[in-house]
Design a binder for this molecule. Structure first.
Ligand code: MG
Ligand code: MG
Length: 259
């Protein structure tokens, strides 16, 4: 499948969605303390979408499985052993939890998508290391986003960082192209070698999203049909940015303060 190429002007337009995604994350980050519920966080994200005139990307997203209802919330809220696609609920967060928030939206016809794992209060040293390694793996992947490199260069950059730490790399879920649609080609796996995959070109925009575990990389899907947890219930982290490949190098659309 051909990979959509955006013009510099389209990439500029995509910055609007990216900035809303960034602002929503910053607002939610400040609310993540022991006692708050992921339902509260979702309500806040809903109001912010109205404020910014942004269409939430995950609300009513259809499930691939016919027996599962469309996604019911604006954010994915995935605590502790949940890797991705957690549904917000009214269980209060506890000191020592970690919480992955994934949020995407559409502004001016283009999507932005970013995830981050936040500490709730004071977390364990192992949890801190998991968050740091996953963030580092995302940053290494972003630095691989130059025209002429391959998708495999992004994959290998993630894998090198995570393998060195001895953590697990989730394989069932991968990053993706993004633009006029939330999910576009190509798939962007978090494991692989730099000689493989399509060649990156200026104008490609990719959502890069390592999902990393303290234990097994294997996944189980819970009864709601959405929640994806680690098979062994070990902690999982998820960091994601929407990144444009340009002739000047990577441009992180979902954080206006970097590159
Ligand atoms: Mg996402
Ligand atoms: Mg994504």
């Amino acid at each position: 499948m051909s990979i959509p190429i955006k013009t510099p002007k389209q990439i500029d337009t995509m910055k609007a969605a990216g900035e809303v995604v960034y602002n929503v994350h910053q607002a939610l980050k400040d609310l993540i303390v022991p006692g708050v519920t992921t339902y509260d966080l979702d309500q806040e994200a809903r109001s912010l979408c109205v404020k910014y005139n942004a269409a939430p990307a995950f609300l009513n997203y259809p499930a691939s499985d016919k027996n599962t209802k469309a996604f019911p919330a604006v954010i994915c809220a995935s605590p502790n052993e949940v890797i991705v696609h957690g549904i917000p609920n009214k269980t209060p967060l506890k000191n020592g939890d970690i919480l992955s928030i994934d949020f995407g939206c559409c502004v001016s016809g283009y999507y932005g998508d970013s995830a981050w794992t936040y500490p709730v209060g004071e977390i364990s040293e192992q949890a801190k290391k998991l968050l740091k390694v996953t963030e580092n793996s995302l940053n290494a992947a972003i630095r691989a986003c130059f025209p002429g490199n391959r998708i495999g260069g992004i994959s290998q950059a993630v894998q090198d960082v995570v393998d060195a730490a001895g953590f697990g790399i989730v394989r069932e879920f991968v990053g993706h192209g993004i633009g006029e649609k939330m999910h576009e080609p190509p798939a962007v796996p978090n494991y692989g070698v730099k000689t493989q995959g399509r060649v990156l070109k200026a104008g490609m925009v990719l959502a890069i999203e390592p999902m990393i575990t303290l234990g097994s990389y294997k996944v189980k899907i819970m009864e709601d049909g959405w929640t994806a947890s680690t098979l062994d219930d070990s902690l999982a982290a998820h960091f994601e940015h929407t990144v444009a490949v340009t002739n000047k190098g990577p441009v992180v659309l979902t954080n206006p303060n970097i590159s």
